[in-house]
Design a protein around this ligand. Structure first.
Ligand code: IMP
Length: 484
C-alpha cells in the first residue's frame, strides 16, 4: 500500500507541486475558455498532480437526483457508460457536503458500481463536494489503481480544486445569463450546463444529429448513448451489449433510431425484446425515420398547413409547462387549504391550462366558464360577455384562470364584473404574463411564466383559431401584429 506521496517524494516537494498546480488551475478557472475545456484541464492536471489513474467532475441534477459525468480523465468509455450514478447511492455523503474516502472500492457499499470499478482497476477513490453559495452542485473525484490512504494534504488540495471548479461553473452560468438576458425564458441552470457538457461532439449517424436537433427545438433534454446494457454473458464476460442512441431524462425514455432496412429492424427488435426481459423497468422505443418525421409534422416543426404563419421557436417545452403547472397547483392547494375554490376560465384560451391546473389542485374545486367577444375598432375596442356564469358566485372563493395577460384590458373588465357579484375572495392565476405590454394594472396572484413581447401560440393559445393543440408554447413568424 502506498502513502499519498509515492516513492522518493518528500512531503515538502509534494505540497510545492500541489501549490504549483493550484496556481495554474486558478488561472484556468477564470480563463474564459469553454466550461468543458476548463474542467477537462482541471481533471487532467489534478489526476497527474495526485499521481492517480483518473479524475472526474460530476454535476448534480437535482430533478433526477443523479450525478452526471461532466468531464473525466483516465476513465474508459465503458466505465463512464456503466449506468446512471444515483446521487444518494454513489458516495452519497458528498452531497451532504462531506469528503468521502474509499480505501477498497471493490467492497465498500458506498460505491454504487463496485464490480465495474474493480474492472476499471480502481482500488481507492476520494470524492469532494463542489459547493456554490451554500449548495452542493456536484463532486470532484479522484481514482487510484493502488490502495491508498488519502492524506490531509491530498484532501486540502482537492478541496481547493473543487472550489475552483465551482467558480468555473459559476462563471459559465454567468456567461449564459448574459447571453440570455434578451431571451427572458432561458434558464441557465446546472442540469442544462451539464447537458451541454455531456453532448457528443460527433454522432455516429446523420439521423441521430437530426433527431438531436429536433429535441433541441422542442427544448427536450437528451443524453447521447449514456448507458450500455449487457444482454448476454459468457460466464463472467459480457458477450453482447446494447447501447440505445438517446435517453430523454424528462420522459425517462430511451430511444433507439433505426433505418427502414428490414434486417436491421429485425435485429434491433430482437435486442430490444431481450433488453425488456432483462430490464423490465427500462422504458425504450424504437423509432424509424418515418416515425419521427411524423412526430415532427404533428408538432408543427416545418410548414403547418393552412396558417400563413409558422412556429419559429419553442418558448416553453411541454415538460417545462407541466412542471410549472404542478407548482401552481401545489401553491393554490396550500393557500386555499380547508376551502373549496371556484375556478373560472375565459374560453377558449384556457382549454389546456384549466384541466391541467385543476388536476394538480388537491382540494375540492368547482369550475365555471365565461366567453367574451371584442367589438369596435382598435381605438374603441370593448369587451362583451357572450356566455355568463352558470351560478351565483356570492360568498365563494373565486380564482380567475387565464391563459395570458397582455394589455390587461380583458382581465380588468372581467374582474370588475366578477367583483360586483360579491365573491368572498377574488384572485387571478395566469399561465403567461406578457408584462411589457401592460396598459391596465391588474393584480396577478399566481403567474406561470413571464413572456417577452412576441405573439405566442400553443397549449390553448391560438392564431386565427389554429395551433391550440400544440403541447408546447411557441413563437410564430411573421408576427401577426407585424403582418397586420
Ligand atoms: P389583453 O386584454 O390584452 O390582456 O388580452 C388578453 C387576451 O388576448 C388573451 O386572453 C388572449 O386570448 C389574447 N392574446 C394576447 N396575447 C396573445 C398571444 O401572444 N397569443 C395568443 N393570444 C394572445
Amino acid at each position: 500500500m502506498l502513502n499519498s506521496f509515492g516513492e522518493g517524494t518528500t512531503m515538502g516537494q509534494h505540497v510545492a507541486a500541489y501549490y504549483q498546480v493550484l496556481q495554474e488551475l486558478a488561472t484556468e478557472a477564470v480563463s474564459g475558455d469553454t466550461l468543458r475545456d476548463t474542467l477537462a484541464t482541471m481533471a487532467k492536471k489534478t489526476a497527474s498532480a495526485m499521481k492517480s489513474s483518473g479524475c472526474s467532475v460530476l454535476l448534480f441534477d437535482a430533478a433526477s437526483r443523479r450525478l452526471l459525468h461532466a468531464v473525466s480523465h483516465g476513465l474508459s468509455d465503458w466505465y463512464l457508460r456503466k449506468g446512471f450514478l444515483d446521487a444518494d447511492k454513489s458516495l452519497g455523503d458528498t452531497l451532504e457536503g462531506k469528503v468521502v474516502t474509499v480505501l477498497d472500492a471493490a467492497t465498500d457499499p458506498r460505491v454504487q458500481y463496485r464490480e465495474m470499478a474493480q474492472r476499471q482497476g480502481i482500488a481507492s477513490m476520494v470524492s469532494v463536494p463542489l459547493r456554490q453559495r451554500g449548495s452542493i452542485i456536484g463532486a470532484l473525484r479522484v481514482y487510484t489503481r493502488e490502495h491508498r490512504h488519502f492524506s490531509t494534504d491530498d484532501i486540502a488540495f482537492l478541496t481547493a480544486v473543487a472550489g475552483l471548479a465551482a467558480v468555473a461553473v459559476e462563471n459559465a452560468q454567468l456567461r449564459e445569463l448574459e447571453a440570455a438576458r434578451d431571451a427572458m425564458f432561458s434558464q441557465p441552470d446546472v442540469p442544462r450546463l451539464a447537458q451541454d457538457l455531456i453532448r457528443p461532439i460527433s454522432f455516429s449517424h446523420p439521423s441521430e444529429e437530426e433527431f438531436a436537433r429536433l429535441l433541441d427545438f422542442y427544448k427536450i433534454q437528451w443524453m447521447y448513448e449514456p448507458r450500455s446494457f449487457p444482454l448476454e454473458w459468457d460466464g463472467d464476460k459480457v458477450k453482447e451489449m446494447f447501447t440505445p442512441d438517446f435517453y430523454l431524462p424528462e420522459l425517462d425514455l430511451y430511444v433507439e433510431l433505426t433505418t427502414m432496412k428490414q434486417e436491421l429492424i429485425r435485429e434491433k427488435t430482437r435486442k430490444l425484446r431481450r433488453l425488456k426481459e432483462l430490464y423490465p423497468e427500462v422504458n425504450i422505443k424504437l423509432l424509424t425515420k418515418r416515425d419521427y418525421h411524423r412526430l415532427l409534422a404533428k408538432y408543427g416543426y416545418g410548414p403547418l398547413g393552412r396558417a400563413e404563419v409558422n412556429v419559429e421557436r419553442i418558448l416553453l417545452s411541454a415538460p417545462q409547462i407541466q412542471r410549472r403547472v404542478r407548482q401552481l397547483g401545489k401553491a393554490i392547494s396550500g393557500d386555499y387549504a380547508g376551502r373549496s375554490p371556484l375556478l373560472i376560465g375565459i374560453l377558449k384560451g384556457v382549454v389546456c391550462f384549466m384541466p391541467d391546473l385543476m388536476r394538480n389542485i388537491s382540494l375540492p374545486v368547482s369550475v365555471d366558464f365565461m366567453a367574451i367577444s371584442y367589438y369596435g375598432d382598435q381605438e374603441t375596442e370593448s369587451v362583451r360577455i357572450i356566455k355568463d356564469l352558470d351560478r351565483s358566485i356570492a360568498g365563494l372563493d373565486v380564482i380567475m384562470v387565464e391563459d395570458i395577460v397582455d394589455t390587461g384590458m380583458t382581465l380588468n373588465y372581467v374582474l370588475h364584473y366578477l367583483a360586483a357579484r360579491n365573491p368572498a375572495s377574488l384572485e387571478v392565476c395566469t399561465l403567461l404574463d406578457k408584462r411589457v405590454r401592460r396598459l391596465v394594472d391588474v393584480p396577478l396572484k399566481y403567474i406561470g411564466f413571464e413572456v417577452p413581447d412576441e405573439f405566442v401560440v400553443g397549449y390553448g393559445l391560438d392564431y386565427n383559431g389554429e395551433f391550440r393543440n400544440l403541447p408546447f408554447i411557441g413563437i410564430v413568424t411573421p408576427s401577426p401584429t407585424e403582418a397586420k
